[in-house]
Design a binder for this molecule. Structure first.
Ligand SMILES: C[S@@+](CC[C@H](N)C(=O)[O-])C[C@H]1O[C@@H](n2cnc3c(N)ncnc32)[C@H](O)[C@@H]1O
Length: 234
């Protein structure tokens, strides 16, 4: 897979690229690339943003700047791009990222992620150059870089070779193996710490009972999460 991240702060990804699963994915031939809008701006003095028509606080990322960056990277008029690849604008109000969307994205050969800053994108970027908007949650971050890292992290760890232990990605929270439920609890040594003991079944060596216990725990967590999300009235 090839992922291009458009950003004003490519250096922000230095730490991210050093993470084991990301480095593994790159070593397996997947590619992460960065395009700095500022390197391609047609305006003087590295300008990328401007004041909003109609007034209001903050600055808006200009449509001509985003167009120039996309055109330079892909060599086509960017209005043609959404027909050939997923061009995702990261926005607080977009489609919420969940495991199903991560699976969808991980099945693509190529992704483009547009990170915004300031007040966000000129609406014409969203209307004409992107295939969709994706949000990592209903809150507002200062910029799209962390959101892009979240998307890349979740997608890359689904790719073969990214995790040392392939089984890890198959049976974890929200996976089909756990019927979409959160994962069961894990314990390791010591088996008794301050009197907090590990459930007996996990020490039994009985694989069938351990499996049943884990499934039951996972279902119980799902039920608890559902109750917390939708508490009974009163
Ligand atoms: C300060 S935010 C802009 C917020 C915008 N004025 C609004 O009220 O929706 C700047 C940029 O951060 C990114 N961003 C902020 N929160 C995000 C979220 N929850 N999910 C995805 N991207 C986000 C977007 O790229 C956005 O353009």
């Amino acid at each position: 897979m090839e992922i291009d991240v458009f950003t004003l702060f490519p250096d922000a990804f230095d730490w991210f690229e050093r993470q084991r699963h990301v480095a593994n994915a790159i070593a397996h031939g997947h590619r992460l690339g960065y395009v700095n809008y500022r390197d391609h701006t047609p305006l003087g003095a590295g300008q990328v943003d401007d004041t909003p028509f109609g007034g209001g606080a903050g600055m808006v990322l200009r449509v001509d700047v985003v167009e120039a960056a996309l055109r330079e990277r892909y060599g086509v008029d960017p209005i043609e791009l959404p027909a050939t690849r997923r061009v995702i604008a990261l926005t607080p109000g977009g489609r919420l990222l969940d495991d199903a969307l991560v699976d969808e994205l991980a099945a693509e050969d190529a992704l483009t992620l547009l990170s915004g800053r300031y007040e966000g994108f000129d609406q014409r970027v969203l209307d004409h150059f992107t295939s969709e908007e994706v949000s990592i949650g209903r809150y507002v971050l200062a910029g799209g870089e962390l959101a892009a890292m979240v998307v890349c992290d979740a997608v890359l760890r689904k790719l073969p070779g990214a995790l040392g232990h392939e089984h890890s990605a198959l049976e974890e929270s929200f996976s089909k193996a756990l019927e979409g439920a959160p994962e069961y609890p894990h314990y390791t040594r010591p088996s008794d710490f301050r009197g907090w003991t590990v459930p007996e079944v996990l020490l039994s060596g009985h694989h069938g009972r351990i499996r049943d216990w884990r499934v039951a725990q996972s279902r119980e967590r799902a039920a608890r999460a559902a109750r917390a999300a939708d508490p009974p009235p009163g």
